[in-house]
Each structure stands twice: as C-alpha cells, then as structure tokens.
Design a protein around this ligand. Structure first.
Ligand code: DUC
Ligand code: ZN
Ligand code: ZN
Length: 465
C-alpha cells in the first residue's frame, strides 16, 4: 500500500487554486495530490465535499487567569474538542502569567494543563505584562528560542496595559529575537474617563460597556501602536479590529511603509452594540472588547476582508458561562458593566459563520477563505508544517458539506460556555469531518474520543525572515 488514507474526489482548495482530485496521506503527512490515487488502508469518499486546510484559530483564550473568583468556561479538553467540531486542527491560546508568576512559570503551567488533553494541536502566544530585566532579558528570549515566537501586549486593562515606553521595550526584544508582537489597541485612559463618567451618571448596564469603548478609543490606539512599531522598526499584528476607522489607520500605516498585519473576528461582521442592550442582563452575553459596533461597520470590515486588508480571521474565543457567578453573572456585574468578564465563545462557530456569510453569500472565494482561516495564520506565526493542502504538509484537513443548512444551536456545541451569541443564526455549509495529521478527529459534528493533539514549537514567523 502506498498510503494510509486516500481522500477521494473532493474539490480541494490549495494555495495554487481549487481542483477536484485525491489526497494521499502517509504517516500523518500529505504525500500526494492527484487523480486516481490507489492503494490505501482507508479510503474516504469525499465526492460533493470541499477539502480545506484544517482551520487554524490563532486567537483563543483557554483556562486563562481572569481575576479573583472568575473562571474561564473552557479548559484545554473542552476548548479543543469544540475547536475540532468547528473544523479546526490547530489553536493558539494566550499564556497569561498569574500575578506574581514569571512568564516562564506560566508557560510551564500551560504545558502541564494542555498535556494529554488536546483534541487538536496547540501552540501558545505569550502575554507580556511585565517589562523587568528578567522578563525581557532572560525569560522572553528563552521562550522565543523554545518556539513561542509571538506575544501580545495590551494598551488597556489595569494590571495588563503597558505604557508606550514599555511597549517600545517589548518591541525591541521582538526585533532582536525574531518574534512577532500582537497589540490589543484600546486607549485605557480614555476608557477609564468614560467609564467613571458613565458610572457617575448611573449608566451601568451592559450596553455601557460598548458606549465607554467607542470607535475613537480603538482608532487612536491603533494609530499609536503602529507608530510605536515604526519607531521600534518591527512588524506587528493589530488583533481584533472592529471598525473602519481603525482599519483606515492600518491602511495609512501601510502606505507609510509600516509592516502591519490585521485580524478581525466574526463578531465584527455579525453582532452590533445593540446586542448589549438586550432585555434584562442578556446583553452581558455580548460583552467583549473591542465591542461589536454597527451594521455600517460590518460593511467596512467586509471591504477589508474582500480587499485583502485582513490577513487573519480568528475567533477571539474567550468563553465565560452566563448563568454563573464565576462568569458573566460575577458579583457586581448587574450593578456595573465594569464587573462583567470580557469575552465571548466562538472557536466552534468561526469557520461556519465565515463560510456561510462569506463563501455561500458570494463575498469571498474558497481560496480567500482558506488563506484567512488557515494559511496566513501558519505563515505569520511560524507553523511551518501547517495551513495548506500541499505535499509535505501535515495532513490537517477539513471536509465541508457546502449545502448542509442548519442554525447554530448551543445544544449542538461542545464548548464549556452555557450559551452562544449566535443562537439561531442560520448557517449554510458545515464542516463534516476534521482530520488531524491523517486521523479523523471529528465526524458529522461529533468529536471522536481520543485526545491526539499536541504542542507545536514554532519557528520565527516567515514575515520576519
Ligand atoms: N482581548 C482579547 O483579545 N480577548 C478577550 C478580551 C480582550 O480584551
Ligand atoms: Zn485583546
Ligand atoms: Zn482575545
């Protein structure tokens, strides 16, 4: 036999185009693309299906420390089970040190939490919240050398936000050590000012989370982050871009010659700030940062997707349970939006939403879908064996039924959250089989029993070479 598995007859999406052919897999690797491949222990008939590179979600939060008494709804098992159900084969969670913990200790903790519990492959971005000489001079270089080649800095959140000087110091390390900086761009002082004012005026419901983080807060920070990167002479990724004005700053930065990569997420083309105004406390289900904007901003984000401004479409999966004091219903959350944990679940729904709203509705091609959900994530974050259906790459493949229609239902999802922001959202096109390094890990929406995922050490992002 020449192959362990042949996937027969799918429309295969490769970086070179879309064609109907067979995929030969041996030892977990794609070893042939061609017609009439023969000789395999397992033959998967994929007639009528589309074969895409397995989704890479390069922006998820799993088991992340979230403050006293608050608990993220997913551990590595539930998040990665949910990921494969949604057509993903690799996810990149963020590693955030607890207060008092070093970055190295935090990474060791994450490895321990992930080991043996992953249904897809994982690799960790780091979050840099301290800029002391040990963190910048020792821990960060050692962790980059060990394959953690990207890290996020925050311009918002007390305890996380770095000053401009600190961001420059972190960028200098990235430049020296060949790593990629990701920035959460929102102006903390401006938010604090607006938040204090809102609270003084008794404007305390979930909706005021969005009102106190308006577009200019993000636009200004996006401009500043790009400017700092120009000063430090490094590329950067602006994560979770929510609106057209921030995107315009990215376009202007690129025109000046800055190397800026941009990420957006499903919430910025499907949800609005009005969702935070739903009756009772329901709006808390939609509290995330940056907040969802307006339907007008959806158009601006779609124009960025179709026009090539966004390299990355990620979920920003950051799950908290709704009916839970350790989640959205935290002590004080009904008294002020300030106390509502930030984030929404989405690792399982990212790809179906983009397929349905993007491919099926004719906004984007299959090739663009593959690029912004997998190929570019691998390229930007140094996942050399991942992200494309090509001979020599890991056989990370997802088969899509482009005609399968059903709405998103919490009851069908596998995450640890007790709700989805997209309950009842109609989807045409669902992933029906996820294959990780040649093994089927999801069939017809059901993740299979074994946790065969592992940690992937990454190389320097190819944009830095
Ligand atoms: N930033 C994220 O990237 N995710 C959730 C919350 C946040 O502020
Ligand atoms: Zn963020
Ligand atoms: Zn995030």
């Amino acid at each position: 036999m020449s192959f362990d598995t042949i996937i027969r007859g799918a429309r295969v999406v490769t970086p070179g185009g879309v064609s109907t052919c067979d995929i030969g897999i041996e030892g977990g690797v794609i070893t042939a693309l061609g017609t009439r491949l023969d000789g395999a222990a397992e033959v998967i008939d994929a007639t009528g299906l589309i074969a895409m590179p397995g989704g890479i979600d390069s922006h998820v939060h799993i088991s992340q420390p979230s403050g006293p008494g608050i608990e993220m709804a997913d551990d590595f098992a539930s998040a990665t089970r949910s990921a494969v159900a949604g057509g993903n084969t690799t996810v990149l969670p963020f590693c955030l040190p607890e207060d008092g913990q070093t970055l190295r200790e935090a990474v060791a903790d994450y490895h321990a939490k992930a080991a043996g519990n992953c249904f897809c492959d994982v690799s960790f971005h780091l979050i840099v919240k301290e800029t002391d000489p040990v963190t910048l001079g020792q821990d960060l270089p050692a962790l980059i050398a060990a394959g953690h080649t990207s890290f996020k800095v925050f311009m918002t959140y007390q305890g996380l936000a770095l000053s401009d000087r600190q961001i420059l110091e972190v960028m200098a390390v990235a430049r020296e050590q060949n790593a990629l900086v990701m920035v959460h761009a929102e102006n903390e002082d401006a938010i604090e000012f607006l938040r204090d004012k809102a609270e003084r005026e008794g404007q305390t419901g979930p909706m005021h989370h969005a009102r106190t983080r308006p577009v200019p807060v993000e636009r200004e920070a996006t401009h500043r982050a790009i400017t700092l990167a120009e000063i430090a002479d490094v590329p950067l990724t602006i994560v979770h871009v929510s609106n057209g004005e921030a995107l315009d700053e990215i376009r202007r930065g690129r025109q000046r010659g800055a190397k800026v990569f941009a990420e957006t997420c499903p919430q910025y083309v499907t949800l609005t700030a009005d969702d935070l105004d739903r009756a009772g406390f329901e709006g808390a289900k939609y509290v995330c940062s940056p907040p969802p904007r307006t339907a007008g901003e959806w158009d601006a984000i779609w124009s960025g997707i179709t026009g090539g401004d966004f390299e990355l479409f990620s979920s920003d999966h950051c799950p908290f349970r709704f009916a839970d004091e350790a989640g959205k219903d935290a002590p004080g959350a009904r008294k002020s939006f300030r106390n509502i944990p930030n984030g929404i679940p989405g690792v399982e729904t990212r790809l179906p939403i983009l397929f349905s709203e993007g491919v099926v509705k004719g906004r984007i091609s299959l090739e663009k879908f593959a690029a912004i959900t997998a190929t570019n994530h691998a390229r930007l974050y140094g996942l050399e064996r991942k992200g494309a259906i090509m001979v020599g790459k890991d056989a990370d493949i997802v088969l899509w039924d482009p005609a399968l229609s059903r709405p998103i239902r919490q009851a069908d999802l596998h995450h640890g959250a007790d709700y989805t922001p997209w309950e009842g959202f109609d989807i045409t096109g669902w992933p029906v089989r996820t294959i990780l390094r040649g093994r089927t890990v999801m069939l017809d929406g059901a993740p299979l029993a074994e946790a065969t995922g592992g940690h992937i050490a990454r190389t320097a992002p190819d944009v830095l070479r």
